[in-house]
Design a protein around this ligand. Structure first.
Ligand SMILES: Cc1ncc(COP(=O)(O)O)c(C=O)c1O
Length: 404
């Protein structure tokens, strides 16, 4: 690269990734194949329109049509979907994808019901600073303050009272299984669409380690860059009868030209999720999370819901999460501050969210989880020397080289 300034920054970032323990539950490391496809000449073209409809607004799309159709076919196979499901692979990312679904299924001013950010929901599930709450009347459900679990009776009570047009299930920080069937029953009772946002757990669903939402939803959205270990993007699935509304909402409703390089990388991602080792990887993510959770508990940490069923856990620190986040960052351990039940200030919450997808991709297993828990304890409770632990962290990371 001729640009020495940028080249230097990129090198430093790659070095940072290699030398830190990444416990951010929504992040991961993609394969060298995916890196190559995203940075390939596939990014050089406009192809507004859809391959499925044989309608593009630019010439020269014969190969992109094939790539988009292949990605759609693989997406359907991965989630074992029949003819009654439609797939749109053009969404730029999870946030626009959720807004596109709402745009397709609701009129402005209709009632949207989603999980509160403070309880583990995403901004696009109706948070007050997000476009979703500017465009729709929002009703938020939360978790039970004592158990930290979704209170389905309360969800039903709110749904019956406020009659939402769309109910969103799914979360960004919820350590337990989600009962999509129950959400579907509630949605049916009030004649609402049930939209499942499976961004965080899609890999577990593909491999049969979590209940699939497809029997119980009208639309499903997943990002592809988290537990699925694909490029930064999103996929929208919907019942066939909603296909035209969803496609129109994505293009021309909210987007222009699709990112063809990313769509091709999603096809590669589904090629990878079909391999036997992907199921082993997903099982290891859960095993690692459970060992990490147990180790943290043994060291005296208080976990929301007492543990985890999936890839993440929430530590209730009963103190400033931002301070803890910064202390850990200093030694090369990245975990984001997060609200825990009862918190009221999203910028100064009193918890930490800890996830295992990225470190499991690096190849870390149970032994390393016990070590990581110990470091967290030594930093946050014992206030031990940061320099010493930073060196230990780097040494461990270098034993698990990233494949770039
Ligand atoms: C559940 C959920 N939905 C949607 C999103 C938004 O995805 P993106 O960051 O790609 O816009 C996230 C991202 O963290 C998420 O966790």
């Amino acid at each position: 690269m001729k640009d020495r300034i940028l080249n230097n920054l990129i090198k430093k970032e790659i070095n940072r990734q290699q030398k830190t323990i990444n416990l951010i539950a929504s992040e991961n490391f993609v394969s060298p194949e995916i890196l190559k496809i995203v940075g390939s000449p596939l990014m050089n073209k406009y192809s507004e329109g859809y391959a499925t409809k044989n309608r593009r607004y630019y010439p020269g799309n014969q190969y992109y049509d094939k790539i988009e159709n292949l990605t759609i076919k693989r997406a359907k196979e991965a989630f074992k979907l029949g003819k009654n499901w439609h797939v749109n692979v053009q969404s730029y990312s999870g946030s626009p994808a959720n807004l596109e679904i709402y745009f397709a299924l609701m009129n402005f001013g209709d009632v949207l019901m989603g999980m509160a950010l403070a309880s583990g929901g995403h901004l696009t599930h109706g948070h007050k600073v997000n476009f979703s709450s500017a465009a729709y009347k929002v009703i938020q459900y939360g978790v039970d303050e004592k158990t930290g679990l979704i209170d389905y009776k309360e969800v039903e009570r709110l749904a019956k009272k406020y009659k939402p047009k769309v109910i969103v299930s799914g979360a960004t920080a919820y350590p337990r299984k989600i009962n999509f069937k129950k959400f579907s029953e509630i949605a049916k009772k009030v004649n609402a669409y049930h939209v499942a946002d499976i961004s965080h757990i899609a890999g577990l669903i593909v491999t049969g380690l979590h209940q699939s939402p497809f029997l119980y939803s009208d639309a499903v959205m997943t990002t592809t860059h988290k537990i699925l270990r694909g490029p930064r993007a999103a996929i929208i699935f919907c019942k066939k009868e909603l296909a035209s509304k969803i496609d129109k909402a994505v293009f021309p409703g909210m987007q222009g030209g699709p990112h063809n390089n990313t769509i091709a990388a999603i096809a590669e991602m589904f090629f990878e999720t079909k391999q036997l080792k992907f199921k082993k990887y997903q099982k290891q993510i859960i095993k690692n999370a459970q060992v990490l959770a147990e180790s943290l508990k043994k060291l005296g940490f208080n976990l929301v819901t007492g543990g985890t069923d999936n890839h993440l856990m929430l530590i209730n620190l009963n103190s400033d999460g931002l301070v803890a986040e910064k202390k850990l960052e200093k030694v090369g351990i990245l975990a984001n501050r997060n609200s825990v039940p009862g918190d009221t200030k999203p910028f100064r919450p009193s918890g930490l969210r800890i996830g295992t997808p990225a470190i499991t991709t690096m190849g870390m297993k149970e032994k390393e989880m016990c070590q990581i828990a110990e470091w967290i304890y030594r930093i946050l409770v014992k206030n031990e020397s940061q320099n010493k632990i930073k060196k230990e962290v780097e040494k461990l990371c270098l034993r698990f080289p990233l494949l770039n």
